[in-house]
Each structure stands twice: as C-alpha cells, then as structure tokens.
Design a protein around this ligand. Sequence first.
Ligand code: ZN
Ligand code: ZN
Length: 435
Amino acid sequence: MDKTKREWILRLLGCKLFRRQSSRVPLGVALSFAQELQKYLESLPEVLNVSLAGSARRWKETVGDIDLVVSTREPNKVAEQFVKHPRLSHILEQASDRILACSHLGIKVELIQVPPEEFNLTVFRDTGSKAHWLHLEQVLAEHGIIPELVQGSSVEEFEKGVYAALGLAYIPPELREDQGEIEAAVQGQLPQLIELGDIKGDLHVHTNWSDGIHTLSQMADAARARGYEYIAITDHSKSLRITHGLSEKRVLEQRKLIDQYNREHPDFRVLAGIEVDILSNSALDYPDDFLKDMDIVIASVHTGFKQDQERLTERILTALKNEHVDILAHPTGRLLGRRAPYPLDLEEVLEVAAATQTAVEINASPDRLDLDAANSRCLMERGGLLAINTDAHDCRHLTDMEFGVMTARRGWVEKNSVINSWPLKKLQRWLNKGK
Ligand SMILES: [Zn+2]
Ligand SMILES: [Zn+2]
C-alpha cells in the first residue's frame, strides 16, 4: 500500500476511533505530512532553511503535533503562503513568529519562524524532549557554556558542537528522552546504536500465496535491490482463512519455488519460513514434525484477543517454549491509534523470550511498532534477542524497515542483539542450533 492510500484508509477506518482514544497521530502519518509541508516551505523564496523538530524528529511512535522551524527574514510573507496550503483546514492561533494550524486529517502543525542566527538553537531546543533539554541546560549552566556562542554549519553540526563543548559524544534526537542518555554520555557509555545499513535481511514478509500482493520472486528481487543478503518468506498458516493461510501441502509447493529461486541466485538466500498462528488453545497451527523442516518459524497471535491476560500470556509462553519457534511476531497486537495491546503479562513474556533465546520482533510497520522502544530496551537488559521486520505485504513496504530501526535506536538497541543484522552464516548457525 503506498503512503497516500495508507493515510486514506487510516482516515476512513481509524481516525474517528483514533480521535476518541487520543489526539496523537501515528508517526508514519505525521512524517509523510511533515515532509510534504517541509518541501512546500522550501519552495518559498523567503525561506532560508526548514527543519523538523519536536517528537517527530525524535521518531516517537505517536506525535501530538508536527513542529517545523523556519529560518527567514520575512515571516509575514512566509505566513501568508503557509496558511494557504491546501491540506490545512483551519488556523488555530497566529502570532508574528508562530502559527498553529490543523489539517483536514486533524493533525496539528506548529510553525515557528526565526531569523537565521537563531535557527540552529531553536531547532535543537524544540526537538526536545523537554526533559532532555532542561537537563542539558542545567549541565551547560554548571559548565558556564552559552550555546548561543557555539558555531555550526547545520543543525546537526551545531548540536554536535554543543555536546562537544561539554566533552560529550553526540546524542542523536531519538535518544533525547532524559532516560539516562546524558549520564551515559558523561561516562562515555552511550550505546553503539544499530543503523539502517546494518540490516542484512527481512525475516517477515508475505507474498500472494497468502495475503500479500506481490509474488515470491518480486519480494525476493526487491530485497536484493535493497542490498540485503537474505529474506524469509513467511506467509500465513492454514487456520487464518481470511488471509488464505497455507495448508501443509501448499507450504511444500512453495518450498519448490524457493529452492528454484535460490538455485538461480547463488549470491542471495530466500529462507523458507512461515508465520504460524498461535491458536486459541495455545497449540501452533502445524505439528512440530512439520515445523522442524522449515528454515525459520515465526509465531503470532491473530485471533482470540478477547481472552483474559492469563490465557493470552499462556498462549505466547507456550509458543516461546516450543523449540521450533525462532521469532515471536508483533508481540502485543497493538495497532497504533486503532487497537490497544491485548492484555498480556509482557514482563513474563520478555523474561521467557530471553531465557529461551527466542527473538522478539520489532514489527516495523508504522501502524504497529510492536515491540515498542521501552520494552525493546527491557528485553536487551535481560540479554534477549530482537528481529526488526517489516511484515511487508507489498514490496514497497520493505522501506518501513527504517521505522523499526529507529524504534530500536530509541530503545538503545545495538546491532549484536538484532538477528537480522547478522551475516547469513551466523543467522543460519543460530537457526539450526535449535533451543
Ligand atoms: Zn501477523
Ligand atoms: Zn505477517
């Protein structure tokens, strides 16, 4: 699904529900709108520079409003053009240097206008979080450092300069939550965060064999075009009829196609996987005897969300303890703005995942971002493993990987803990070892 279509569907299905739950917007929707506004502002001759700030620049999973900072000497002219943007429906507040507007989708946008000499510091401060900035200001004051005096050719260079004036390494926006990052920087112990370029493959994608729209070779070709070493094809299992889940016979037929693709592309590996349903009675949708021959097995809950916490937790724990299950997918089932997580003793789930060395997925779809950043950090601290997967049903969605990586970074995740940052050989060794 392309971004516009996704937004449209979200508007149709989700927005009413969403507004009832909260006034926050999922990051994916906010970012694509922010980019559109940014481009528009950049096209205005009076605009010298534009930057995103606020929680969207920190890649927070939901965003209260989009903060944009503009550098200009002619704020009135910029304001005049900005309020005419066709996707803004009304102006909530307007002052000479600040406009608060609302889009047709109900997304709030705050535009701050400053002269060029104030631009870098304004973006830094407005990126927040508030708690990080207040803490940093205190440290700057203790050291007698005046950030206004720091030079920088870009926002990032300026921010680096401010941290460097304190003898600190750069703290990227996604870590600025005052969750110990300043203390870690002071001790020289900031994590070596995973990067998008570290990802070597996607271990959760669907094809038109179940409910995806592209063929197996189209998905594999798209993964190769992204420079990946491997991809796991993980269509749905048989009980999930609405998705055309595969019978055992169909899985074996698909395997022939995978073998053929691998023969034709020796520089790349398609892993024969399955997204097996964890049924309401805790059993998996295929017998162990069948699962043991798959290259990779991901288990997930798609039904029975109304069960109580004890039942749902028990279902997931049973799957984690199954020696053939390699990854637990979208562990809480939440859909941002539309469906709350199902009741789950997540603490226990993470504990058992770490103990059994079953990887837990950060589902990178911006509608899910599940596991979230804070719980990914909890899992890391317990010595657990993660997989960052797009769950793409369309090859264009392989690009969602960035959302997953940024969520992991917000959770202080380093690449060693992410199984799909491992080279193929290491991943295969881990998959073959069993639990
Ligand atoms: Zn699923
Ligand atoms: Zn899936």
